[in-house]
Ligand binder design. Structure first.
Ligand SMILES: [Zn+2]
Length: 54
């Protein structure tokens, strides 16, 4: 149990948040990870290739 606790303490919440955010919905402009098309959040679907986010 002590080992698991140490593991948890090494997990930086901010780093986890960044890792979980494939598409930065807070940015003024984001680009589709599939086709690279640029669009403005909160668009949830790529206007170019139709890839869905979130
Ligand atoms: Zn796309």
């Amino acid at each position: 149990m002590l080992v698991k606790r140490q593991w948890g303490s090494e997990l930086d919440p901010e780093a986890l948040a960044r890792a979980n955010r494939a598409v930065d919905l807070d940015a003024e402009e984001a680009d589709c990870p599939a086709c690279g098309a640029k669009f403005k959040p909160p668009v949830r679907r790529c206007p170019d290739c139709g890839l869905r986010f979130g």
